[in-house]
Write a protein that binds this ligand. Sequence first.
Ligand code: FES
Ligand code: FES
Length: 924
Amino acid sequence: MNRIAPATPAADTDNRITLSLTLNGAPREGVVAPAARLSAALRDAFDCEEIKVGCDAGDCGACTVLLDGAPICACLMPAARAEGRVVETVKALAPSSGVPGKLQRAFQRHGAAQCGICTPGMLMAAEGLLRRVPHPTRPEVEEALSGVLCRCTGYSKIVSAVMDCGGADVTPPDGAVGARIERLDGLPKVLGTDLFGADGWPEGTLAVRLVRSPHHHAGFAFGDIAAWASAHPDLRAVLTAADIPGRNCHGVIPPFADQPVFAEDVARFKGEPVAAIIGPRDVVERLDLCHFPVTWEEQPAVLDIPSARAEGAPLLHEGRPGNLLTEGFVRRGAPEDALQQAAAVVEATFTTGFIEHAYIEPEAGYARRVGDRIEVWACTQAPHMDLEDLALIMDLPREAIRILPSSVGGGFGAKLDLSLQPYLALAAWVTGAPCGMVYSRRESMMTTTKRHPSQITARIGADAEGRLLGMTVAASFNTGAYASWGPTVANRVPVHASGPYFLPAYEARAAAIHSHCAPAGAFRGFGVPQGSIAQEALFDELADALGHDRLEFRIRNALETGQPTVTGQVFSQGVGIRACLEALRPAWAERRAAAAAFNAAQSAEGGALRRGVGVAGMWYGCGNTSLPNPSTIRVGIKADGTLVLHQGAMDIGQGANTVITQICAEALGLPVSAFTLVGADTDLTPDAGKTSASRQTFVSGAASLRAGAALRAQLLRRLNAGDDAQLQLAGSVISAGSAAFDLATLAGQENAFGYVLMAEETFDPPTSPLDENGQGEPYAAYGWGAHLAEIDVDIELGTIRVRDLVCAHDVGRAINPTLLEGQIEGGSAQGIGLALMEEFIPGRTENLHDYLIPTVGDVPRVDSILIEDPDAHGPFGAKGIGEQVLIPTAPAILNALRDATGAVVRDMPATPDKVLRALQSARR
Ligand code: FES
Ligand code: FES
């Protein structure tokens, strides 16, 4: 390590100016660099942390403010140009501190903020419109919001909120399961006071900047770092692998952990960190890292599956021959024999590319040393997993690490893996000062995990009556340079690649293959969406080959209770796929007839549009595959009657804070409004596991139910009341009918947590290991769903417009229908991106103008149909929803393309060039 003595602050050499403006109605002055981005200047010199920064390039709109009443991207304007002008941020919308204005209330009422990182910008874009057009039409709202990206919501509830600005507030119901209560953590999101990873840093926080590999694969050697550092006396430290006190390795699946914090001798993907530089922010930002003493020797790189598997391909890791990380396998019956008996067999190979999560909040956070402990404030989906890995990296006992998650501006799986946390912890430990970092958009896209590219060959056969007989699947996934969630994808895909159907004979293999790309990891579905594209496309071709209606073909084969899944698991309850598919019947019949009429008219007129309707089903196992998956929830009550829920399940926008409280409230028998919430903090909340795999409502919700019920039992004993007693809490007095008990009488008997009564309960869903043929019970429950897509295809341009989605999901029990609809709308929007526009190309699409995600104009109306087939293990019957909502959208759209035109695209995304080629092939 090259530790450098603290220096006096750098001389101010950049001719800073005093900027005078009117900010949210008040005259303000601040000292800024004249060429600084207005967004940065307002955040740094005017304490406007409500302005969010997602790209610094005018692509995301998160930084939208009003300048003289008109919306602008503050990241595109030099600060000096705001001199003397009127700037308004989201805080201008609130009549007084902490009190939401009309538009903010509408957002809260409609559930328009999920993670909330886009919300301040979205609100200001809407406000700009509403001042011009008080009662806008839907197209006017969509036009006004078209420059602001939201990756969570699918925009529908945002548009509805804007159109309902000034609408009447209804008194929200108080928390019973099934009630559409507003997000409990929603108010700070609409007020702009929520703190994300880049917010709330202590005064004097040092900046951390990483030196990264410019090559996909390169050997490297450092020169004289000490000499370089001494030439930059304002810096505080330069760190490399040699400075790691513990293990230079981390990974989300411990037996496969292989990712170095700092690469040593060889970099295996472009952007891999090799060193960290720490110092005052203005000094660190101005450094020209071209002169950092490291020499690179570029080496041949393999970036895709065929080249990684080719004879003589460079090996990424010793002990993983052929660049094979691991394989998953499921076999049931004799599929080859079954396919011989089939009346029709279809077969094809499908490919998909890297998909970037594109959350609007790039990775951000800070760490600080507190005595012999280290505290890390950062965006994460898995605080306790972060703690485990940091303890190993820092060689500190677990008790010496505290993870304080910030609010998370979108995650979708990528914030399960460590990103900047080790660098923050090391830097703060070494310097003793708080140290922070915000990834640039490019750093975020270049180096964090992606959805696995896939190459999937499937073969499926059915008899003349349309009953499935057998299926084989061979899948390869590009897992990038390090393991991340590759083993999970390899194991989960064979279990799910059949789709939610009864298949008497089946064999599926999936392999995770290393390449010199950023690690591929978790992204809503863990490989299941890629498998679903192949299986659902071939189902349409099989149904057509046999002359069956495509929806009825699926209904005929839908898994039933009592039938074994492809892993031999038999459910006696909770199998809702048939109900989901049947719920689409009316829309299927109506839209198909309308599409036929439309196409006939277009053909007659020589029009370029063709309308198509497609359908696809899905299933998804909730939680880890055949592995322990516990969550623990604590609820306690103090002598003064304060009721506290310690809820450590990360809410990354999906609504865990609200849903898990609703469940506890129902189980305890007291209203949601009685609760004080303690959110995720490894010092304060027990381990509720990671937010992934659609497990939080199902697993942490079940723990919450048990904790609520256990505390209720204690209260009932104190009251000597029966199970059906109606509890009431008034001050410190708990009562049921005429029985009452004053908790204040227990003062002095508090436990270590400060509670006079407390319950802490754990739920671990029952699963069993898979045997050598992949037979067993990998999940305690599955979520089920089916989507219908109606699209228009321009056969001259190759463009596709999704007109309508109808989405039926068996959620077991709808704990909060508004939040469920939000998940469906947001997940299906990501499915549109997967189908039509998104593909991350390493080294090329590392920003949000080359990598396109759906805007408000790309997302149609979504009709959500919630089906409640309760699960025996789920809280009040609830199942997971987070991954389920994305899986069937892309295959439904691709099937609609084939329905409209006969064109078949098997290489995702179906961009206009590919659609035109497919149209040509279809015409031959
Ligand atoms: S941060 Fe300004 S547009 Fe993205
Ligand atoms: S709520 Fe819009 S990006 Fe998360």
